[in-house]
Design a protein around this ligand. Structure first.
Ligand code: SF4
Length: 96
């Protein structure tokens, strides 16, 4: 992803690690759609739009790995919502 608008360590997808972020499919997209507020109305459309962008992203694994490693609790990262990431974390903890 994109941009150097936000300093390293930011909590926006793809904006932490030089290298993989430059390949992010969300480069140039409205990043607010990756952080939908609520679970109804426009938030549903935003989440669908964001996950559809992630579906075509070549760095989904890197993005998701970063989100899990750094405990990102909000937004869509690596194509997964915060609830889906929590489920994945629980699944991994049970399997560990
Ligand atoms: S997986 Fe999604 S949020 Fe992450 S860098 Fe790719 S398009 Fe952006």
């Amino acid at each position: 992803m994109r941009l150097l608008l936000i300093p390293s360590g930011s909590d926006r997808p793809g904006r932490d690690a030089p290298g993989w972020r430059e390949l992010a499919a969300c480069e140039g997209e409205d990043l607010d759609i990756f952080f939908p507020v609520g679970s109804a109305g426009p938030a549903l459309w935003q989440a669908q739009r964001a996950t559809s962008i992630c579906a075509g992203c070549p760095v989904t694994e890197e993005c998701l790995s970063y989100a899990l490693r750094t405990g990102q609790d909000h937004g869509i990262w690596g194509g997964l919502t915060s609830e889906e990431r929590r489920g994945l974390r629980r699944q991994r903890e049970r399997g560990a």
